[in-house]
Ligand binder design. Structure first.
Ligand code: 9MR
Length: 362
């Protein structure tokens, strides 16, 4: 689609059924120099043809929801299995899509052996990191030009929600315990040395909303980024996960100032895992619920694009398969499935889709 055709697209949110011919998000974003992507799961890709078609049509970027984590890539120490990740790469190539890597250093989705190895001390931890990077980065070099090298390094704020939290601004993960705060710099330098043109991203959650806890996390993150950059650590982008929650307030101006600060450091901004958890008290009907989700997405994403963010990735595409309903810790207590992604369980476009279309082509 050319730019003129994209410009002619209506940006107001009308019911999806009324606009069957609107171009997919992928095309709408591309016409405006932006990119839309989504996290995908290889086992569903293999089983659900409609799901596969939806990703092929709507997403420019695919992110492996699980297949790029240690648990998937190195289930046994020294034995690598890239088959699930390769199935996503193959699908992406078939549809001229890009793949983002997620995640090289994280405290979750570790194979059972890894925490034990990290507990053996700094040199064992460094060796494990090097073996993993030395294998994965060259093997995926052709297909993946952007990796979340560091995922979720900031500790959550201490407080009522998190009584265990200590004063350390960095999360005391197995990596931190083995290597100290320098594990972040070490991993970023290693990635850069193995692949000098790879885009290196540090990805974080809980930094979006207007709560005291998010403010503490933002300040901790800014301090970490300043320290890394002052030391000449290679880093290209901040990934903002954006698992938004409607029960929390959002302040566009305040968040915009935070993004401007990130940009002033010379870092790109990527929205990496967007989805929306609905309010505790749900609005009366599905339309009102979907509009509330769309409204937050519109406000949040337009703040990000105004600050120069050019890439928006949702954590899944459809409510049919979403960690928001499948993860027991985040699923609603009343068991009502959350409608926090752009497509419903029948793969129909929802107001959130229209909100994204409006922002990406706005
Ligand atoms: O959605 C992902 C879920 O399917 C996996 O089981 C889980 C553990 O690997 O990770 C989930 O994705 C997380 C992402 O990797 C990092 N940010 C938070 C995401 C939701 O938990």
């Amino acid at each position: 689609m050319n730019r003129r055709a994209a410009l002619a697209l209506p940006v107001v949110a009308l019911p999806a059924q009324a606009q069957p011919n609107l171009a997919p998000l992928r095309q709408q974003a591309r016409a405006f120099g932006r990119a839309f992507g989504a996290a995908i799961r290889s086992e569903i890709l293999a089983q659900d043809a409609d799901y596969a078609r939806l990703f092929a049509t709507e997403a420019e970027i695919l992110v492996p929801e699980w297949e790029g984590k240690w648990e998937a890539l190195q289930p046994t120490e020294g034995t690598f299995d890239l088959a699930p990740l390769r199935s996503i790469i193959t699908a992406a190539h078939g549809h001229h899509q890009r793949v983002r890597g997620h995640a090289l250093v994280w405290h979750n989705a570790m194979p059972e052996w890894l925490p034990r190895r990290l507990a053996d001390g700094a040199s064992a931890a460094r060796a494990a990191l090097e073996t993993h990077f030395n294998t994965i980065l060259p093997a995926t070099r052709q297909a993946i030009r952007d990796w979340d090298v560091i995922n979720e390094p900031i500790a959550n704020a201490p407080g009522a929600d998190n009584p265990q939290a200590g004063p350390n601004p960095l999360r005391e993960s197995p990596w931190f315990r083995a290597l100290g705060p320098d594990y972040i710099e070490h991993a970023l330098r290693l990635a850069r040395s193995l692949d000098p043109t790879l885009r290196l991203t540090l990805n974080e959650y809980g930094i979006e909303e207007a709560t005291p806890d998010a403010e503490i996390k933002r300040n901790r993150l800014l301090a970490l980024l300043r320290r890394l950059l002052d030391r000449g650590t290679p880093l290209d982008a901040l990934g903002i996960q954006a698992h938004l929650q409607l029960r929390r307030p959002f302040d566009a101006q305040h968040f915009g100032r935070f993004l401007a600060e990130i940009r002033s450091m010379g870092l790109a901004i990527i929205i990496t895992e967007l989805d929306v958890r609905e309010a505790d008290q749900l609005p009366p009907d599905i339309t009102a619920r979907d509009n509330a989700v769309a409204q937050r997405v519109r406000e949040f994403c337009s703040t990000a694009t105004q600050a120069g963010c050019r890439t928006i990735i949702t954590w899944g595409l459809t409510d049919r398969h979403s960690w928001l309903t499948q993860d027991r810790d985040v699923a609603r207590r009343d068991n009502i499935p959350t409608r926090g992604l752009p497509f419903d369980t029948e793969l129909r476009r929802k107001p959130m889709w229209h909100a994204l279309a409006g922002v990406l082509s706005g």
